[in-house]
Write a protein that binds this ligand. Structure first.
Ligand code: SF4
Length: 198
């Protein structure tokens, strides 16, 4: 399933790959969200995603989320977001990401978001690199956490609304994470642990 609805938003599932392997990731426990099966036989093309979106007017936003890390398909995200903004300019577009794109591409990709992405929600997930490694088990080791912090800072220059999120699992110190988000100058959101993705 490429698109699915949650809370009057349209979610786009464009990859099942991820550079993390979070302990709480729903992919560990379920083939999807609710009745939606989100295991992809193959990653959809830009054309297939646009066709699956149809007319998004009426949704409060369109969200690149996936059952994996959407920015592993950066060019597809940019192309689809450009299409949405050109065709349905009133529809807000958000990316839910693990925040490792600059590490993956070895460049600052956040300027690509300017004018086409309204919000970026970054999974901060921990108050320090050690804890992040323990919980998210990133392919990139400790570099991942520092890259996430830098990605959040960079996003602020190009995206109107940037949010750092954590999942309320006992291992993390929520107050320290909130303080870190404050220092980064972004919104902070706690997501309830229910075998989450993103
Ligand atoms: S929760 Fe998100 S970042 Fe973590 S493994 Fe799952 S898809 Fe990747």
């Amino acid at each position: 399933m490429i698109t699915y609805e949650l809370g009057n938003a349209l979610y786009l599932n464009i990859t099942n790959r991820c550079t993390n392997n979070c302990k709480f990731c729903i992919r560990q426990y379920s083939p999807g969200v609710g009745d939606y099966n989100l295991i992809l036989d193959k990653e959809p093309t830009t054309k297939e995603i646009i066709e699956a979106i149809g007319d998004p007017t009426g949704y409060k936003e369109v969200v690149f989320c996936g059952y994996g890390e959407p920015l592993l398909r950066l060019q597809v995200v940019v192309d689809v977001a450009k299409y949405i903004k050109k065709t349905y300019p009133a529809t807000p577009v958000r990316i839910n990401t693990n925040g490792q794109a600059n590490l993956i591409y070895k460049e600052d990709v956040t300027p690509y978001f300017k004018g086409i992405i309204d919000a970026v929600s970054v999974s901060l997930n921990a108050e320090n690199a050690e804890k992040y490694n323990e919980i998210c088990r990133p392919e990139y080791g400790e570099d991942a956490f520092y890259s996430v912090l830098e990605f959040i800072r960079k996003c602020k220059s190009h995206v109107p609304y940037v949010i750092a999120t954590v999942v309320d699992i006992p291992e993390i110190d929520i107050d320290k994470c909130r303080k870190l988000a404050e220092e980064l100058g972004v919104e902070f959101k706690i997501r309830r642990f229910e075998k989450k993705i993103g």
